[in-house]
Design a binder for this molecule. Sequence first.
Ligand code: NAP
Length: 285
Amino acid sequence: MRKITTTTKLTGVIGANVAKSKSPDMMNAAFERLGLDYYFIPVNVAEPDFADVLGGIAKMNFAGLSVTLPYKIEVLKYLDDIDPLAEVIGAVNAVSIRDGKIKGFNTDGEGFVTGLEVDKNLVVSDHTFVIVGAGGVARAITAVLASRQARHIYVTNRTFAKAQELADSVNTGIFPCCSAVPFDDSLRQVIAASSVLINATNVGMSPADDQCPICPSFLNKDLTLVADVIYSPLQTRFLEAAQQLGCDIMNGQSQLYHQGKIAFKIWTGVEAPAEVMAAAIYDNV
Ligand code: NAP
């Protein structure tokens, strides 16, 4: 049994419902492997209590937190400092805590894009992407793809104005490679002119796992890769349709794993033990 003391550096995930998070298993296995006196806990917080809980945590022996729904934007109000990428994205999903000061980062996009590069050997600048969604994760992925100089990124979203705003902010703030496209039948042609298709919405997530973010008939066999940010279920209807066509697919576990490694380094200053973290994510389904 691990001994937790007043000098143990605490870390954790804070959100409205983190009961099913895989992060405690992944992070605690990694701390233990490296013999680091760190411990990771899941923290459920109701919305009216978020500011009080975060303020208390900043005064305790915490080294950092993962921040998840619905607090990725709310947390911006309480930061002392913010990483430039997180500032452009406009959302924070990891914070470091040093001497009571909270600094915000966004690891969603870097985690997802590292998955494309490392797990799928994809060179971002060689590809044209379609991102379905314009919420927090879509913003983060689009920003990081643009920072790697993607050939082009088409952003589509049920609420078109959000896709337009995302494309505009990435074009002016990072690299001019984005356009917003309507969320209608014209998407079929846009996908036909692209090589990587990404679902960055929550459509298809358990328990509504019979849903698909776009009409499956818009997919085609010539796509180099079809990816989903969802990892529950591991194989969404969207990925199932892509696999049936013979496309290579990537589910959201990859993002979870790579962003976990980035957060580990932010909190501890050392490289994460890759195999231990991978085993906690991939073997524990
Ligand atoms: P969010 O900010 O709430 O954005 C949700 C997006 O989904 C918006 O673009 C929204 O469109 C769209 N959407 C929702 N319902 C829809 C519907 N019925 N039809 C069409 N579009 C719909 O959420 P988020 O933080 O970006 O999270 C998105 C997903 O990422 C979640 O499933 C989450 O579990 C997953 N995620 C994965 C990881 C990982 O490590 N793999 C990490 C974080 C999050 P509107 O703008 O029109 O509302």
